[in-house]
Design a protein around this ligand. Structure first.
Ligand SMILES: [Zn+2]
Length: 109
């Protein structure tokens, strides 16, 4: 069995799924903590360099839409084991609300 076979095998683990989870979570965190500093920096650039202010609310609203999308994407993360919504309505749960798979568990037991 080559290593390539192992990757395609069901028992290969949930590494890629957790990687996907981390990506979704990091996007949400960037959306949350980046909003004020990045919008502020954008506003400063627009005002100082280009002497315009109209793009600032457009940028802010677009950011909020992307933030909302990131939240929906994280909330709709499918459990690597059972395929149902891992978080249900609780983004802070440490286990799948359906099959109790612990967060970051690497394989199906
Ligand atoms: Zn599950």
């Amino acid at each position: 069995m080559s290593s390539e076979d192992w990757v395609g095998c069901d028992m290969a683990g949930y590494e890629q799924q957790w990687e996907d989870y981390r990506r979704r979570k990091n996007r949400l965190l960037l959306g949350l903590f980046g909003y004020i500093p990045i919008t502020f920096a954008f506003g400063l650039l627009a005002t100082e360099l280009f002497r315009v202010q109209w793009p600032i609310p457009v940028f802010a609203v677009s950011w909020m839409l992307l933030f909302a999308t990131a939240g929906i994407r994280l909330q709709s993360y499918p459990c690597p084991r059972c395929g149902q919504l891992f978080f249900g309505y609780n983004l802070f749960t440490r286990r799948c609300v359906h099959c109790t798979l612990p967060k970051y568990q690497m394989g199906p037991d």
